[in-house]
Design a protein around this ligand. Structure first.
Ligand code: FRU
Length: 514
């Protein structure tokens, strides 16, 4: 059901003259929505489990009209514990249907992250079109005993579209080679070689394996990168091919997440390499790490297998290991990012990855205001609730730009761009609840070097507890979790000097909660 925004656009005035702000009383922990009791921070259109703990997206695969999202899930608590695979499915990647837990821990261990494919030619003998999952077994007993070989890879299959699963009787299919962190297999069908291949992480590098049947695997290569200093433990790799925008060239992209304090703004984060893959070895000329998202809250993201239109759709876990277990939600913990379409572009002889909300996201949004903002600044717009909205505009910038979201409690979430130093920044220091974690506060001010730009196209997607910022159609991205005590009701654009705003559009986003 679409809610109605009341809009007031005031140029040059701080909302003084009876501007209508019917902000919701979000002090109550729960509000009634679509017959479900919903906590105030529960997103309207980002995926969350109905209850309890979630981390990485797993087994992303399309089959018979549905995108399947499996995820690291602990059904007994709102903090991390013995891992299961939760399951949801969706026709459009935005409206999700919760399904029963898919995979439970067994005698070989917890079910850690992994991926899934559709075995169209029945190479594994589990049945034509079986959905086959490959995941990491994490054996807590061996771990406790101080052994290092406690992570192995196992498989399971489903002949009913992911509803029920059978574990393979000869698991594990890849034994531990004596490496402590050995996990997160991402499997794909290599068309050119007519073989299954997978990438997994082994502490500080990637290993590539191949198989004729998803059961028997041999290692074919490794990928390392000379990081100085080394980044935190390597996790959740992905490897796929993409065309370079505006050319006939094809490139391969390797995605890797890193724990510890690796990411540009602290804590865990996800980087990528663009390069070449000859079917055995991945190589890149890239000299430095590039990050898929410069905000603190996009981790362990991977892409869908078997998409109908060959699009590369990415979903990340919208949190950070630095504070994930203590965010101020009650019945559930953690959401996924918006599904994002990835593409590769070339600039100054270098390749980069772009990520933007999938095209279908537009269908969930409805313009509530289209304003040619011009004239005196500051511009201030007030709404009853900005926290299910998308704001986009193009800015011609003379020297700087500031964007402020605020509420009647004086809480503020601030975005800024300073042309002189090329830094785009976000500041959640006074954005709402912040003191649930020192680590969250430590990373409250975040920067991203976008260089000197005369013009920027900006898209900001706000949900109950998140902000996703896409610059220049996804060339630069920042994702932040925010926890305002009251919904933001004001939006301001403040320049220091001349600033031209065009194509301003505010859209309300439909509530997609199941
Ligand atoms: C990444 C990760 C994976 C692991 C899973 C365990 O967030 O640490 O490497 O498989 O989470 O839940």
């Amino acid at each position: 059901m679409k809610k109605h925004f009341s809009i007031l656009l005031i140029a040059g005035l701080i909302c003084a003259l009876g501007c209508k702000q019917s902000s919701q009383n979000v002090d109550e922990a729960l509000v009634e929505q679509k017959d479900v009791l919903v906590e105030k921070f529960r997103p309207n259109f980002h995926f969350t489990p109905k209850a309890n703990w979630m981390n990485d997206p797993n087994g992303l695969v399309y089959y018979k009209g549905y995108y399947h999202l499996f995820y690291q899930y602990y059904p007994d608590s709102t903090v991390w514990g013995p891992m299961h695979w939760g399951h949801a499915k969706s026709k459009d990647l935005l409206h999700w249907e919760h399904r029963p837990v898919a995979l439970y821990p067994d005698s070989l261990g917890y079910i850690f992250s992994g991926s899934a494919v559709i075995d169209k030619n029945n190479t594994a003998g589990f049945g034509k079109d079986a959905m086959v999952a490959i995941f990491t077994y994490h054996d807590p007993v061996k771990e406790k005993e101080g052994k290092i070989n406690y992570q192995t890879q196992g498989i399971a299959y489903s002949n009913d579209e992911g509803e029920t699963w059978t574990k393979y009787e000869h698991n594990p299919v890849i034994k531990n080679p004596g490496i402590k962190d050995f996990r997160d297999p991402k499997v794909f069908w290599n068309e050119e070689k007519s073989k299954w291949q997978l990438v997994l992480v082994a502490k500080d590098h990637v290993q590539i394996y191949e198989s004729p049947n998803i059961k028997d695997w041999s290692k074919i290569s490794e990928f390392r990168f000379n990081d100085n200093p080394p980044l935190g433990v390597w996790e959740c790799p992905d490897l796929f091919k993409l065309p370079v925008e505006g050319s006939n060239e094809q490139k391969w992209v390797l995605i890797i997440s890193h724990g510890g304090e690796s990411a540009p703004n602290g804590g865990s984060g996800t980087r990528y390499f663009v390069g070449d893959y000859d079917g055995t070895t991945f190589t890149t000329n890239q000299k430095e790490s590039q990050w898929i998202d410069y905000g603190t809250d996009n981790y362990a993201g991977v892409t869908f297998n078997n998409t109908p239109d060959n699009k590369r759709i990415f979903i990340g876990w919208m949190s950070n290991w630095n504070y994930a277990t203590v965010t101020p939600t009650e019945k559930w913990r953690s959401a996924m990012t918006l599904p994002r379409e990835l593409s590769v572009y070339k600039q100054n002889n270098q390749y980069f990855l772009k990520s933007k909300p999938i095209d279908g996201f537009d269908a969930m949004t409805q313009s509530v205001a289209k304003n040619e903002i011009s004239g005196d600044f500051p511009h201030k717009i007030s709404f009853e609730n900005l926290q299910h909205s998308e704001i986009s505009f193009d800015a011609e910038i003379k020297d700087s730009l500031q964007i402020v979201f605020s509420n009647n409690e004086g809480e503020k979430y601030i975005l800024a761009y300073n042309k002189a130093n090329g830094l785009f920044t976000t500041d959640r220091t006074h954005s709402g609840q912040v003191d649930f974690s020192e680590n969250y506060l430590k990373t409250a001010f975040q920067t991203m070097n976008i260089g000197t730009k005369d013009a920027l196209s900006i898209k900001i997607v706000l949900d109950a507890s998140s902000a996703e910022i896409f610059l220049n159609n996804g060339e630069f991205v920042m994702t932040n979790q925010i926890f305002p005590n009251e919904n933001y009701t004001h939006f301001e654009i403040l320049p220091n000097t001349d600033l031209k705003i065009e194509n301003f559009n505010l859209k309300e986003i439909e509530n997609a909660i199941e």
